[in-house]
Design a protein around this ligand. Structure first.
Ligand SMILES: *[C@@H]1O[C@H](CO)[C@@H](O)[C@H](O)[C@H]1NC(C)=O
Ligand SMILES: *[C@@H]1O[C@H](CO)[C@@H](O)[C@H](O)[C@H]1NC(C)=O
Ligand SMILES: *[C@@H]1O[C@H](CO)[C@@H](O)[C@H](O)[C@H]1NC(C)=O
Ligand SMILES: *[C@@H]1O[C@H](CO)[C@@H](O)[C@H](O)[C@H]1NC(C)=O
Ligand SMILES: *[C@@H]1O[C@H](CO)[C@@H](O)[C@H](O)[C@H]1NC(C)=O
Ligand SMILES: *[C@@H]1O[C@H](CO)[C@@H](O)[C@H](O)[C@H]1NC(C)=O
Ligand SMILES: *[C@@H]1O[C@H](CO)[C@@H](O)[C@H](O)[C@H]1NC(C)=O
Ligand SMILES: *[C@@H]1O[C@H](CO)[C@@H](O)[C@H](O)[C@H]1NC(C)=O
Ligand SMILES: *[C@@H]1O[C@H](CO)[C@@H](O)[C@H](O)[C@H]1NC(C)=O
Ligand SMILES: *[C@@H]1O[C@H](CO)[C@@H](O)[C@H](O)[C@H]1NC(C)=O
Ligand SMILES: *[C@@H]1O[C@H](CO)[C@@H](O)[C@H](O)[C@H]1NC(C)=O
Ligand SMILES: *[C@@H]1O[C@H](CO)[C@@H](O)[C@H](O)[C@H]1NC(C)=O
Length: 662
């Protein structure tokens, strides 16, 4: 414990020495002093650590322009160094270090690591971020390596911008921890510009059984990608990319996959997918052209550092040169397993050429920074490729043998809800007991042109016939309706929802034993949707779901989600696009699909359909969460009680008459 009481200055000197030492050690033929340098003291705290030792060392900052009086808005450039040292007795696979930044940091570079979502720098990490090793992902033990520091430790040099915090206060992160499964990290100790902690194996953690401990275990996630090297030659290899959709509502249409090559690789051939650009100048004038002098680049598929890869259309499925792969060629659609197990996987293959010094059979480096996106789909955020146990494939000859990949990496992508991205679909609510429809929220899917309309105004109630016409043709109907119902008319009028797809949820009956809703999908875009699906979260009504008439409906297997899943019946799974009116001058007509859903009240005795229980809590179209209105159609209280009074009077009179008749 005494070591911790050394004055700050000494710690700083020790750290500076440490930094110098590492530079000297890494520079190979440093014309060094006469005597070998004395082994440096370990950083404070490390000699007491028999686990994974983490440090974060703030190395300084500079004031950036513009210079502001407001200290909390002032930007600073800062440098820091984080280290992970394996001081334990077990190898640490695929280390993951969380640094709890809290000063609106924007990272500009991080050598020796990448951030886990694989995004590009600059990256806003003001809520903290997780680093993973690149290229060094695994840390060996001192025992295995006779204490070879470069093999048991990783250093991350961090450069970035941060805001606020006037000197002399040092802008340190809030926390520092190892987020690999099975480790416990006590709160980091903070000592001026240096913080550290020592993470220990969690004795209670039961690692899932793994066949071999050579590689990190595979992770779960919403979309699992696998980069399997199937055959490796001297300067090239054949890789297969497999994507598996694991989320019950995950989906991709016309997917685009992109990544970043690390060592000037290029793609010479591809099967089951294609790249958008076929520009070979990147090879001809780059390092590849210098090395492969006699190579015929005209046949090469792609020379970009960040290729954009898309699925082939179905017509290539039987193409002997470009297709003939199981799970290939569906024009970029990846469906939930619940819809079709065979369409929840996609596969393509590519031949990759490498350059020196990676031109030997075993030097395999996967591309980094994977990103995948589709049209009107959830947002996916992908982690870095993690080396995993080589994938085993059933032998194509049908014999009971398996072939094993030469090397495999796994990329896990999760669905994220980005704050910036708008919805692409929205919902309107209506009910048999109220003539007005509560429309989609104003600007639900963004407002590209907010000058001519009012993006802040609440959307105006609609008469039922207005639902069927495009927003631009609704104005007269809506204004007239507001006049009729004595509702205010904002000026300028509210902006449209601008959604490509809208859904109307109409409560159509409510009787003693059950109730029904009619759901209508509208496609306002000219592109059709094939194999569409709709998922509806019904918090109170879920257990009462009985039937759906012209869709194929089921409950999501995980009952906790209280979600009903609907898709088109076979042959009716096509939601056509917007078409012209039948006669010239008529408004355009949206593509439409409609069905009635029935619910029973036996299992949900306390349900109050008209008070909102009959309306969904969440709606997803093709996996994308749709914007919902904030309120429900109300039953006019005065109207209702008037009915009751009339009824009561009628019954009273009737009873009276009947009694009199006797
Ligand atoms: C100073 O900047 C912060 C953050 O940019 C801002 O929230 C705050 O209102 C500013 N204070 C003054 C007095 O301008
Ligand atoms: C941090 O989290 C808050 C609240 O969740 C969010 O509003 C903010 O945008 C996040 N900041 C960054 C840089 O991700
Ligand atoms: C395939 O997808 C593209 C968009 O990526 C679309 O333009 C094309 O019509 C689709 N082809 C088929 C056969 O569906
Ligand atoms: C591919 O070939 C198989 C068998 O010959 C056939 O059944 C299938 O329809 C073909 N698919 C396409 C897209 O041409
Ligand atoms: C409804 O969907 C399920 C799962 O996708 C499928 O197995 C079933 O055959 C479909 N039923 C009809 C009537 O289309
Ligand atoms: C091939 O490359 C790997 C990784 O760079 C290296 O460890 C190995 O020694 C090299 N093998 C030969 C034969 O050069
Ligand atoms: C895929 O990439 C192509 C080419 O850059 C682009 O035209 C298309 O819009 C992209 N599709 C999606 C869904 O991002
Ligand atoms: C994705 O989510 C799973 C849990 O569903 C989690 O274990 C994994 O770490 C997440 N991966 C990324 C890259 O966020
Ligand atoms: C509907 O709106 C469009 C776009 O504003 C306009 O061109 C068209 O004339 C309108 N049609 C009718 C029937 O009002
Ligand atoms: C379903 O419920 C589980 C557990 O409550 C949750 O993790 C998951 O995100 C939910 N999925 C959907 C689609 O809401
Ligand atoms: C729809 O009408 C527009 C002009 O009103 C015309 O340019 C377009 O070709 C028409 N589309 C179809 C499919 O008839
Ligand atoms: C219909 O619902 C709207 C919105 O909740 C409400 O303002 C209106 O008073 C209701 N109209 C009637 C006739 O009940």
């Amino acid at each position: 414990m005494k070591a911790l009481k050394i004055p700050c200055i000494l710690i700083h000197v020790a750290l500076i020495l440490l930094c110098l030492r590492t530079q000297i050690c890494y520079g190979q033929d440093y014309p060094d002093a006469e005597s070998p340098p004395a082994p440096p003291a370990p950083p404070p705290g490390q000699d007491l650590c028999n686990g994974i030792f983490l440090t974060y060392n703030f190395m300084g900052r500079e004031l950036l322009y513009p210079h502001l009086k407001n200290a909390s808005a002032q930007a600073w450039a800062f440098k820091a160094m984080a280290t992970v040292v394996n001081a334990g007795s077990e190898e640490l696979k695929a280390w993951k270090l969380f640094v709890g930044f809290r000063h609106r940091e924007i990272l500009v570079s991080a050598t020796g690591a990448t951030i886990i979502d694989g995004g590009d720098f600059p990256a806003a990490v003001g809520n903290g971020t997780t680093f993973v090793g690149n290229p060094q992902a695994d840390l060996k033990t001192a025992i295995e390596t006779a204490g070879d520091y470069p093999q048991i430790s990783a250093q991350i040099e961090i450069k970035g911008t941060q805001f606020g915090v006037k000197p002399p206060t040092i802008p340190m992160p809030k926390s520092l921890k190892l987020v690999n499964d099975g480790y416990l990290c006590p709160a980091a100790k903070n000592d001026g510009s240096y913080m550290y902690t020592c993470c220990k194996k969690d004795p209670k953690f039961k690692a899932p059984p793994v066949k071999s401990t050579k590689f990190a275990p595979r992770q779960n996630g919403d979309l699992l990608l696998s980069y399997d090297v199937m055959q490796a030659y001297g300067n090239n290899y054949l890789a297969q990319v497999t994507m598996e959709n694991e989320h019950p509502l995950g989906r991709l249409d016309h997917w685009n996959l992109t990544w970043e090559w690390q060592n000037n690789e290029f793609i010479s051939q591809m099967r089951g997918a294609f790249t958008h650009k076929k520009d070979i100048s990147g090879c001809l004038y780059g390092p590849a052209g210098k090395y492969y002098k006699e190579f015929d680049f005209s046949q090469v598929v792609n020379c970009e550092k960040k290729p954009i890869i898309s699925d082939l259309p179905a017509t290539y499925f039987n193409d002997t040169k470009l297709g003939k792969l199981p799970y290939c060629c569906r024009n970029g659609s990846l469906l939930p397993k619940l819809m079709d197990e065979s369409k929840a996987t996609s596969v393509f293959q590519l031949t990759v050429f490498k350059l020196p010094p990676h031109d030997n059979r075993t030097a395999l480096v996967p591309p980094m920074k994977w990103q995948i996106r589709g049209d009107l789909n959830p947002n996916y955020r992908c982690g870095p490729p993690i080396r995993v146990e080589p994938t085993e494939f059933p032998d194509p000859s049908g014999l009971q043998s398996t072939t094993t990949a030469v090397a495999s990496w796994q990329v896990v992508c999760n669905i994220t809800k980005s704050e910036i991205k708008q919805s692409s679909c929205c919902v309107s609510f209506s009910a048999y007991y109220n003539e007005s429809i509560i429309p989609c929220p104003t600007c639900a899917c963004g407002c590209p042109d907010p000058e001519k309309c009012n993006p802040k105004a609440k959307a105006m109630l609609l008469p039922s016939e207005a639902l069927l016409v495009p927003f631009s043709n609704r104005t007269n109907k809506v204004v007239a309706w507001a006049g009729l119902k004595h509702l205010p008319i904002p000026k300028p009028l509210p902006c449209p929802d601008n959604c490509g797809v809208s859904i109307n949820w109409h409560v159509s009956t409510d009787y003693k034993d059950g109730w029904t809703a009619r759901v209508t999908l509208f496609n306002w875009d000219t592109l059709p949707f094939e194999d569409w699906f709709l998922a509806v979260k019904m918090d109170k009504a879920f257990d009462g779901y009985e039937n759906v008439y012209s869709f194929n409906g089921t409950r999501l297997p995980n009952k906790e989600n209280k979600t009903l899943f609907f898709q088109g019946l076979e042959g009716l799974n096509y939601l056509v696009g917007l078409t012209n009116g039948t006669r010239p001058g008529e408004p355009q007509v949206p593509g439409k699909q409609q069905s009635v859903i029935s619910f029973l009240k036996k299992k949900t005795p306390n349900i109050d359909v008209q008070r909102g229980d009959g309306f969904p809590a969440k709606v997803y179209f093709n996996g994308e969460e749709c914007a919902l209105p904030k309120d429900f159609p109300k039953r006019d209280a005065a109207h209702k009680s008037a009915v009751n009074i009339v009824l009561i009077i009628f019954i009273t009179v009737l009873t009276f008459v009947l009694i009199q008749d006797r």
